[in-house]
Design a protein around this ligand. Structure first.
Ligand code: PMP
Ligand code: GLU
Length: 396
């Protein structure tokens, strides 16, 4: 029987972060002792003060459809957050709340990209950027940045990638998968290139802004001359350990926000009412309330960095933010480990799953075929064991 699916879905790759996580879950269910370093998901529970706000919202009978763009009180809280943390002034009509930052990103891409437009993706980039651009029938244009340049694109690389068809540039600092953070000066240098191209817009994905160990997470829209050309994306998933609650948001020029609300109004409507009420409490809370999670991530980062450095053939750079390491493992290409020939990062990732029972994500998913992603959003004990197993598996 033929399954006449559209070209759109047939050509779409499966999210490799989600599929590796599913594979790890499946093997675990078969009784295999898998340690999953695949998914970028905090292992903490949502803080109690946010859970209390959600319970209250249920008791207060928040159960109807919400305004498509989000409750006004929430959009006001988002504006306060942007002002407090990012020095960006937005008004509520410039804010749209969505079902995760993922939907917020998809909305923006869909309302700005025409078929044939180009979107610049500095690689390594988060998996879904490329897929979303392709869904819009636009062309992803990848800029390669290796470990030796700190996985950050230079202004010269950006300038070279721009063509008359360029419509969007994706930025993600702190970065998933590398943990790299652009300094204010580096952001300014990129802005200096972009201000010369008024037809180009920047999507600045700042979802890891609070998960920062060194330096400053600077927002592109805080530069006055970039404000009208930047869409700032954020969400609750990472900093507040609320991945399943599904809430993301944008701050953008009003015409873009309006278009995103129009798009969302035909696809999902406003996001969950209980989550939105809880989000007001989360966003109004001082960052000190979630500092314990950031402190814990920092300790794990230091530990994993030390352990990774001790693994032969793993070239690693210390992450400044987020909760991933992205070692260059190309040393193993062309080698054979316990009878398995390793030709690429996917081979090594599958070998580690099979032999060490550790799930990682291949760098191919992030446009960086020499690397592997390891998430350290898991317990210290699991990390110690996982790194021990990896070391053993590659030094046989
Ligand atoms: N951007 C980046 C860089 C991410 O790592 C994630 C995590 N999935 C998202 C966006 C989407 O987050 P969510 O949809 O859970 O808000
Ligand atoms: N952002 C997380 C990751 O990269 C969650 C998975 C996803 O949404 O793709 O692993």
């Amino acid at each position: 029987m033929s399954h006449p699916l559209s070209d759109r879905i047939t050509g779409l790759p499966v999210s490799q972060t989600l599929s590796m996580a599913a594979k790890a879950r499946e093997l675990k269910a078969q009784g295999i002792d898998i340690i999953s370093l695949s998914l970028g998901e905090p292992d903490f529970n949502t803080p109690d003060f946010i859970k209390e706000a959600a319970k209250k919202a249920i008791d207060d009978d928040y159960n109807s459809y919400t305004p498509v763009e989000g409750y006004l009180e929430l959009r006001e809280a988002v504006c306060r957050k942007f002002k407090r943390d990012n020095a960006i002034t937005y008004t509520p009509n410039q804010v749209v709340v969505s079902t995760g930052a993922k939907q917020a990103l998809a909305n923006v891409a869909m309302v700005l990209l025409n078929p044939g437009d180009e979107a610049i993706l500095p690689a390594p980039y988060w998996v879904s950027y490329e897929a979303i651009v392709k869904l819009c029938e636009a062309q992803p244009v990848s800029i390669t940045t290796g470990i030796e340049q700190g996985f950050k694109m230079t202004p010269q690389q950006l300038e070279r990638a721009i063509t008359p068809k360029t419509k969007l540039v994706f930025l993600n600092s702190p970065s998933n998968p590398t943990g790299a953070v652009y300094s204010r000066e580096e952001m300014r240098a990129l802005a200096d290139v972009l201000v010369e191209y008024p037809d180009i817009y920047v999507i600045s994905d700042e979802i890891y802004e609070h998960i920062l160990y060194e330096g400053e997470a600077f927002s592109m829209a805080a530069f006055e001359d970039m404000y009208d050309h930047t869409i700032t994306i954020n969400g609750l998933s990472k900093a507040f350990a609320m991945t399943g609650w599904r809430l993301g948001y944008i701050g953008a020029p009003e015409w873009i926000a309006k278009a995103c609300a129009k798009m969302q109004g035909q696809i999902t409507s406003g996001t969950n009412c209980i989550t939105q009420r809880a989000a007001i409490t989360a966003l109004d809370a001082p960052v000190s309330k979630i500092q314990y999670m950031i402190d814990e991530f920092k300790e794990r980062r230091n530990l994993v960095f030390e352990l990774l450095q001790a693994i032969p053939g793993f070239k690693v750079r210390k992450a400044q933010g987020a909760f991933y390491f992205f070692p260059d493992i190309s040393y193993y290409f062309g080698k054979t480990l316990q009878g398995t020939s390793i030709e690429n990062a996917t081979d090594l990732s599958m070998y580690l799953l099979k032999e060490a029972h550790v799930a990682t994500v291949t760098g191919d998913a992030f446009g960086a075929p020499n690397c592997l992603r390891l998430s350290y959003a898991t317990s210290t004990d699991a990390l110690l064991e996982a790194l021990k197993r990896i070391k053993k598996a590659v030094t046989v």
